[in-house]
Write a new protein. Structure first.
Length: 340
């Protein structure tokens, strides 16, 4: 596991917050006690025996600060204590966190399916509205043509203008449909990838839970401390680093799913198909997402989906059922590489 992901810095983890609070309290408390005891220490320093003891304590502190192995050992002990304290209030076990994510993902998949069905219904209505507008445009142009032939200028102008307004409306509605198609393609792909993600997490939990127990049993706190003193890699810490990297990756992907689902919900709520209008703000939010970098959960597929939505030759089948991913033989779990 030499290539395992680097662990998130201690101060950026939940136990780091606890550690910072405790460290601040220790510094303030130590400073107060030192200031209070300073007169007594000065009196004791006048005694040679006490002075020798105080110098020995000072030498030990200096040694701990300057010696890398001792400094690492003290740091390890401090981090372990802070992790234990934080674990009383917050779930820190990566296996437990991943189990929670699997449960959370299942709920999000159901929510996403409902959102996709609502969007599908809206797109069918929009298609019908565009189609009816085209029929009405054709009818008004025919009436305008007949009025022109009959030299009815007023009727010709009215029907021509109505056809023009309907054409302008359809241009806006077709642009709206393309954006809704982007939403649909992205949501259906996110739905598919979420199912794969949940399955990969479940596999990792099933395999790594027993492995983690074995590693923690054979590489206890004392073994880890001895590894740190001797300068050897701590297998337990490296395994935990890989597990924490997985939880971070999953957290980022779930967070992206949440943000996009909120974006799509806001976008859809801004649409009033009954009157053929929509808010520009929702359109701008979606366009901003399109311009952002590679998606964590979609990867490079994001650009492929956007390209398909803009390509008239890529006809979207709204009646096709949601794709359920089928695990192929030899499927490689996306998190296996974290333990290489």
């Amino acid at each position: 596991m030499n290539n395992a992901p680097k662990r998130k810095p201690f101060w950026k983890r939940p136990e780091g917050v606890t550690g910072a609070v405790f460290l601040g309290a220790l510094i303030l408390g130590g400073g107060y006690l030192f200031a209070s005891a300073l007169p007594v220490l000065i009196d004791l320093a006048q005694n040679t025996l006490y002075l020798a003891g105080m110098l020995a304590v000072l030498a030990a502190i200096v040694y701990m600060v300057l010696d890398p192995r001792m400094r690492n050992l003290v740091g390890y002990m401090y981090r372990s204590i802070m992790r234990w304290i934080t674990g009383l209030f917050v779930e820190l076990d990566p296996i437990g966190i991943l189990k929670n994510y699997v449960s959370d993902l299942k709920g999000k998949v159901l929510k996403m399916e409902k959102q996709i069905n609502i969007l599908r219904g809206q797109m069918h209505k929009l298609q019908e509205l565009i189609h009816n507008n085209k029929k009405e445009i054709h009818a008004n142009l025919q009436l305008a043509s007949k009025a022109k032939a009959s030299n009815k200028q007023t009727v010709m102008i009215l029907k021509s203008r109505k056809a023009g307004r309907l054409k302008e409306s359809n241009v806006r509605l077709e642009d709206l449909y393309k954006k809704m198609e982007v939403l649909y393609r992205v949501l259906t792909k996110m739905h598919e990838n979420s199912l794969i993600l949940a399955e990969d997490i479940q596999d990792q939990v099933m395999i790594k839970e027993q492995e983690r127990k074995a590693i923690h049993a054979s590489h206890g706190a004392m073994n880890s401390a001895m590894s740190i003193i001797s300068g050897d890699p701590d297998r337990r810490a490296m395994f935990d680093a890989a597990m924490e990297a997985i939880t971070d990756d999953v957290a980022n992907k779930v967070g992206e799913m949440d943000r996009f689902m909120e974006l799509s919900s806001n976008f859809m709520n801004s649409i009033d198909l009954q009157n053929g209008i929509f808010e520009e703000e929702g359109m701008k939010m979606l366009e901003q997402w399109e311009k952002e970098g590679t998606s964590l959960i979609l990867g490079e597929e994001k650009y492929s989906l956007l390209s398909k939505a803009e390509n008239d030759a890529e006809v979207l089948d709204l009646n096709a059922p949601l794709k359920q991913p089928v695990r192929e033989t030899g499927h490689k779990n996306q998190y296996d590489s974290f333990f290489d």
